[in-house]
Design a protein around this ligand. Structure first.
Ligand SMILES: [Zn+2]
Length: 74
């Protein structure tokens, strides 16, 4: 897990005037170990990343869904 890399990336995007969308954020968070991709064979729940992908983007299950790691849980 590398929170510093994640934070630096977020700050760099902001300083560069880049709009970050939720998908980019999740990908970067996963790359830094803050979220963990798991293969979902059906929707994990309402408003879940995988369900949104299926509904909005036409993906079909199985879909990589991001889950919080121990670090990012409240
Ligand atoms: Zn899901």
């Amino acid at each position: 897990m590398n929170i510093n890399s994640f934070l630096h990336w977020v700050i760099d995007q902001a300083l560069g005037g880049n709009n970050i969308d939720a998908w980019e954020l999740q990908d970067k968070a996963a790359e830094c170990g803050l979220l963990k991709p798991v293969v979902a064979t059906e929707a994990c729940g309402e408003h879940c990343y995988c369900q949104t992908l299926e509904k909005m983007s036409g993906f079909t299950f199985p879909i990589n869904c991001y889950k919080k790691t121990e670090w990012s849980k409240e």
